[in-house]
Design a protein around this ligand. Structure first.
Ligand code: AMP
Length: 395
């Protein structure tokens, strides 16, 4: 049975086609620059990569392009071979604590949550509707970034703000990257020989965006992103947590609107903002080697804030069996993993530098036998979770 996992943005549509239940990836790719003059379509399969440039007017055109390229490259012989489609949806609010089969009513509920995720949910719906237009009878499932964190206790998800902000305006911590935190916490429990039902795991999802979660017996009990994905640790271009009073102060200082200041916090902060060089961890590391002091500062702020968040989650979990590093930085940067963990010596965490250097893009324990807590590198796989949820809910 073939299942598509879809991640639609406002101008892009990423896809992976799985053979289920084996979870073999048959192909993957992306339609980019949708709606712009010159679009780009890439598909990868069997070690081949095909790229083409053409205008992709809208998401329905992107869906048609994707499906016809599956036929063209003999990945499928007929559209009827696509048995189900899973869509990543960023915000499920409090309405969705699990993935759901999509129908008109559910799409309406997702649309209503657009005020909480104005950049993401409408784009996700474009992807959903694109497929509904072309494959109306194929079951579609929404998989939410926020759902895994709906198990957080009230004292973790509530802010200490006026209560009516929550009651009237839904202001609370939601958390994101949930599909990755769920996948990695399960894989980590298995990897260290524990059952997920009896485990205390801290997941550090460190990519261009980044968030940590405290996972107790398989349930998220805290996470670092908040009402929006701007909160928590610093990221490639995002500030993470700051004193909120900085916003009106900087509005006054610069004459910018609140929206412009928040845009600076989203797009001109983090690694990029502090270093003035790049949002990419690899560029930051290179600049440090060349002696750049602001790159070093950006790096030091980053690793310290992550170490502090890990320490905080020892409180949420009452201890910890394992810390897992995942996503682009977490899976590949031995230096960042080591520089975070070396700030956690109060917890008797001892890194095995050789094992740490070996674990790049593969799962591996990176601590010594003497370490009080095992630390692992663990590749994430959000797409396979989406395909699994289609199987779980639609078949
Ligand atoms: P993601 O958003 O998960 O794709 O992660 C992107 C981030 O991962 C960027 O900051 C990259 O610099 C970082 N990254 C990817 N590969 C490596 C690597 N080999 N070493 C260090 N950082 C890496």
């Amino acid at each position: 049975m073939k299942i598509l996992a879809i991640n639609a943005g406002s101008s892009s549509l990423k896809f992976q086609l799985f053979e289920m239940p084996s979870e073999a990836v048959l192909c993957s790719g992306i339609a980019e620059r949708i709606g712009l003059e010159q679009g780009n379509f890439t598909i990868k399969f069997d070690g081949n990569k095909h790229e083409s440039e053409r205008m992709i007017e809208n998401h329905t055109v992107a869906v048609n392009l994707l499906l016809s390229s599956l036929l063209e490259h003999n990945i499928i012989a007929d559209y009827s071979e696509i048995s189900g489609i899973g869509h990543r949806v960023v915000h499920g609010g409090e309405a969705f604590a699990d993935s759901t089969i999509l129908d008109a009513e559910k799409i309406g509920e997702i649309a209503k949550l657009a005020s909480l995720a104005p950049l993401h949910n409408p784009a996700n719906i474009l992807g959903i509707e694109g497929f509904m237009a072309v494959l109306p009878n194929v079951p579609a499932v929404a998989v939410f970034d926020t759902a895994f964190h709906q198990t957080m206790p009230e004292d973790a998800y509530m802010y200490a703000t006026p209560y009516e902000w929550y009651e009237k305006h839904a202001v609370r911590k939601y958390g994101f990257h949930g599909t990755s935190h769920l996948y990695v916490s399960h894989e980590t429990a298995k990897f260290i020989g524990k059952t997920i039902e009896d485990s205390k795991i801290i997941v550090c999802h460190l990519g261009n965006g980044g968030s940590l979660s405290a996972v107790l017996n398989g349930k998220s009990v805290n996470t670092s992103m908040g009402f929006t994905p701007l909160a928590g640790i610093p990221m490639g271009t995002r500030s993470g947590d700051i004193d909120p009073a900085i916003i009106p102060y900087m509005m006054e200082q610069t004459g910018k609107t609140a929206e412009q200041i928040v845009d600076d916090l989203n797009k001109k902060s983090g690694f990029f903002g502090v270093s003035g060089i790049s949002s990419d961890a690899r560029d930051i590391t290179k600049a440090i080697e060349a002696g750049d002091t602001r790159a070093k500062l950006a790096y030091d702020i980053y690793t310290k804030r992550i170490a502090q968040t890990i320490a905080a989650y020892m409180v949420d979990l009452g201890g910890c069996d394992a810390i897992a590093f995942t996503a682009g930085i977490g899976e590949n940067s031995a230096a960042i993993r080591s520089d975070i963990c070396n700030q956690l010596s109060a917890f008797n965490i001892i890194i095995d530098e050789e094992a740490n250097n070996r674990a790049r893009g593969v799962a591996g324990v990176i601590t010594t036998g003497e370490s009080a807590i095992q630390v692992v590198a663990m590749p994430t796989n959000e797409e396979v979770m989406i395909a699994r949820d289609v199987m779980r809910l639609a078949f």
